[in-house]
Each structure stands twice: as C-alpha cells, then as structure tokens.
Design a protein around this ligand. Structure first.
Ligand SMILES: *[C@@H]1O[C@H](CO)[C@@H](O)[C@H](O)[C@H]1NC(C)=O
Ligand SMILES: *[C@@H]1O[C@H](CO)[C@@H](O)[C@H](O)[C@H]1NC(C)=O
Length: 401
C-alpha cells in the first residue's frame, strides 16, 4: 500500500512537472480563466482514469488533501512529506454515487438542455476544495433531494483544483454543472498576512469575484457556503424579490454591528462615514441571492477590493472575507426569511461547542463556526443537530444500497 501510494504520487508529480507547467502558463493569460469545455474534455479523456485512481488516495490520506498541482510544481520535496500517513487501512472508500433526482410533474422543461444560458435554470454557486469537499457534496445532495425541479438546478463550482470535476461527475452523473478554477494569487496579495494565517483560505474570497467568473448571460445566482444543507425547495430562495437591491440575505439587526470593525475604523471619520447614510445590520455571507447584472453594473467587485486595500494599511477589521461585504452592502440588503440561514451550528470559535436552532422555521441548516458535522461525526462526538446533516453525507461506502 505504502509503495503504491508513493508510486502514484511520483507519477503524478512528474506528470505535473511536464504538462502541468504548460497548464499554469495558460492560466496566467487570463486571471480567473474559465475552464472551457473543449479544454475540459481533453483533460478528462487523457487523465480521467488516472485521476480517479489518484482521487481515492487523495481522499483517503489526510496529508494528501492539501495536494494542489501548483504546489507540486513549486515543491519538489512533496514526495517525501507524507509517507507515514498513508497507512490508512480501508482501501476503496470515497464518495458514493447519489441517486438520480428527477423533476416532478409540472416542472418547466428547459429548451436547450444543458445550456448554461437557458433562462429557466436556477443557478447555485458553491466552492469546492479538499478540506470542505464532504460538506460541499452534502450541500449539493440536499438541494437536489428537496427540489421539486432538480433538473433545472445548475451548479457552478469554484474550485482550487480542477481534478475535482471528475469526482463531481462520478458522484452526480446527471448533474448540470460547470467548474471554474479560482486562482488564489488574485486575492493573496489583498489579504493581510495575519488574517490569512489565522482564518481564511483564498477560496473564501471567490464569492467576491463571482460576477466576473460566471458567464455574462447569468443574471442571478444563489451563493452557498460548503458547510450547510438545504432542507426546502431551493426555488423558493431563488424567487426572492430583491427589489432595487443587489444582494439578498437574512439580516440580523439585533447583533452588535460595532464589533465587526476596529476602534480605529470607527474613529476614522472618512472610513466610518461609509455607514452614515444607512442603517447597517449584520448578515452572513454564506447564503446570498445575488443580482449579477446590478453587481457588474455598479462594479461591486472593485468596491470590495478597495476596502481590502484599506485593510492592508489601516487594519479596520479582524475577520477575513466578511467585513468587506458588510462595508459595501450592510443596510442595502434585501431581507430574506431567517429560515434560510439557521447559522452558527458549528459552535463558537474557541470550543466548537454545540448550538441549538434559532426559533422559527428551518429551510437551511448552516454549520458556521469552528465545528464541522463530518469531523464531529467521525470523531464519535457529534452534537445533537449533526444528525440532521448525516443523511446527506455521501462519503464512504454505503451499508444499504
Ligand atoms: C457593541 O460592541 C462595542 C465594541 O465591542 C462595545 O463597545 C459596545 O458597548 C457594544 N454595544 C452594545 C449595545 O452592546
Ligand atoms: C471553552 O471551554 C472552557 C472549558 O470548558 C470554558 O471555561 C470557556 O468559557 C469556554 N469558552 C467559550 C467561549 O465558551
């Protein structure tokens, strides 16, 4: 087993050192280059067998989970790093295939099936990386299961590694989706170093760029975090009336808004004046309905980036990707029912302790906070509500087929 893993890793690394260099060169030409279809097919045909064999290993061995083509290119020491951890005894567990979900009677049949620009589609964007993979897959599964027209949901996956496409395809054979590589370098230079280490992966910032990443024919998207499950028909969220607003999200106006920014921010009149003509409320950026037409029209990506630049010199907040959204949108958010973000189920950031649901109905359960249900379930110390996540988990071999 050990030597097999070492062999595969060796082969992969040497492949990446040759073709991979070419790949990176092409990516550089366009910052957040879309992984276009023809190119994808070429990749899949040439490497799908190989990649899926490797995928099993990657998912199994924790030390391989951070594996990234770019990393392999940069680091020749990669092959030596992890030989001690690949002794995992189970051999073939990975993600199992989800059932096929079909439209109920009365769903609009799309005219151009599979065309991303089809106006009848519901667009959902989710990030996909090795660390939160199990959460993202469960989120997709939950959306399909509770949707009355699952065939009209189109997924946009923002990935840190294009090989994840193969895994999505084998887990959801009929899924309508597209994969977009998010270049971490876009945000690395904008993230202040202390925040970067403590809290955030570059992929957390992909939501800032979603209007540019997705095709321009797409006018609206639901952005979802990877640590949640949807337990209601996503079409209801999709048909949110945004009025004149660019984004919609559940708002929490009783939360102390002051604490999201530093004393330095509030005492700087030029900075704090940004909130002077509005009544800002906290909202969670893990569930948002976004009008992409307005976003592009008003250049919100640039406005978010501008605040990230300010942060680098003035240190106006402590958290990572959230505060720039608050700076730009708080007070200008179309409110969505709180049922659509029952957040905080991960617990607090210190102890990962168990949390209860907020009162009221539940359409979406969100394990924001430091604890994640898959980790707690694996460690046999789950919180009571983690049992609500477990049915959507597709990781590992099924006992009942
Ligand atoms: C809100 O938080 C700030 C900073 O943490 C604190 O100074 C202030 O007293 C709080 N306000 C309320 C109403 O709790
Ligand atoms: C974390 O747990 C410790 C010990 O159980 C406790 O003393 C502390 O107050 C907890 N911290 C938070 C933020 O809940």
């Amino acid at each position: 087993m050990l030597s097999i893993v070492a062999d595969i890793k060796g082969t992969l690394v040497s492949y990446l050192l040759t073709d991979g260099v070419n790949l990176r060169f092409r990516r550089k030409k366009n910052k957040w280059r879309k992984v276009i279809h023809g190119y994808k097919m070429q990749w899949i045909i040439r490497f799908s067998g190989f990649v899926s064999a490797v995928m099993v290993m990657i998912v199994l061995a924790p030390s391989l989970q951070s594996f990234h083509p770019a990393e392999a290119i940069r680091s020749n020491t990669y092959t030596h790093r992890s030989s001690s951890s690949s002794s995992s005894s189970s051999s073939t567990s990975s993600f199992r295939r989800a059932p096929t979900f079909r439209d109920a009677a009365g769903c609009k049949k799309s005219t151009n099936s599979g065309d991303v620009c089809d106006p009848s589609l519901v667009h959902v964007a989710i990030t996909l990386d090795f660390e939160y993979l199990r959460g993202s897959i469960a989120a997709v599964h939950s959306i399909l299961q509770h949707s009355s027209c699952p065939e009209s949901v189109f997924f946009h996956f923002l990935v840190s590694d294009t090989s994840l496409e193969t895994l999505v395809r084998s887990t959801f054979p009929k899924l309508k989706f597209k994969v977009y590589y998010f270049e971490p370098e876009i945000v690395r230079k904008l993230i202040s170093s202390s925040v970067r280490q403590a809290l955030e992966q570059p992929l957390n910032y992909a939501r800032n760029y979603i209007a540019e990443i997705l095709e321009s024919c797409i006018q609206r998207v639901i952005y979802l975090d990877s640590d949640l499950v949807v337990v209601d028909d996503v079409t209801k969220l999709w048909s949110t009336n945004l009025g004149h607003k660019t984004i919609g999200a559940p708002e929490y106006c009783h939360a102390n808004f002051t604490k999201y920014f530093t004393a330095g921010f509030w005492s700087n009149r030029r900075h704090s004046a940004t909130f002077s003509d509005r009544n800002p409320c906290y909202f969670n950026t893990g569930v948002m309905v976004i009008d992409l037409v307005k976003w592009r029209q008003f250049g919100y990506t640039k406005r978010i980036e501008k605040w990230m630049e300010v942060q680098k010199t003035d240190r106006i907040y402590e958290l990572g990707s959230l505060p720039p959204f608050l700076l730009v949108f708080a007070g200008h958010v179309a409110p969505i029912d709180h049922a659509w973000n029952q957040h905080g189920l991960g617990g607090d950031n210190v102890n990962g302790s168990c949390r209860d649901l907020h009162s009221g109905p539940v359409s979406l359960l969100h394990w924001s906070g430091s604890g994640k249900p898959w980790l707690r379930l694996d460690s046999k110390q789950p919180c009571p509500l983690d049992a609500l996540w477990a049915p959507y988990d597709l990781y590992g071999q099924s006992t009942v087929r």
